[in-house]
Design a protein. Structure first.
Length: 57
C-alpha cells in the first residue's frame, strides 16, 4: 500500500513522481531529487506509469 500526501502547492502527479525516487535513484541529493522529480513527473504525464512501475519491479 502506498499513501501519497501532496504538499500544498504541489499537484498529485508531482507527489506520485517524488514517491519512488529514493528507490529508483538512492544516491541523489535533495537538490538533484527535485530536478529528477520534475523529469519523472513529465514522463508520467506523457507516457503514464507503466515505465516507472517496470523500473521499480
Amino acid at each position: 500500500m502506498v499513501v501519497l500526501r501532496p504538499n500544498p502547492g504541489s499537484g498529485p502527479l508531482a507527489a506520485c513522481a517524488a514517491a519512488p525516487l529514493p528507490l529508483l535513484e538512492p544516491g541523489l541529493s535533495e537538490t538533484e531529487g527535485h530536478g529528477r522529480g520534475a523529469d519523472l513527473a513529465g514522463l508520467l504525464r506523457r507516457q503514464g506509469s507503466a515505465d516507472v512501475v517496470a523500473r521499480l519491479l
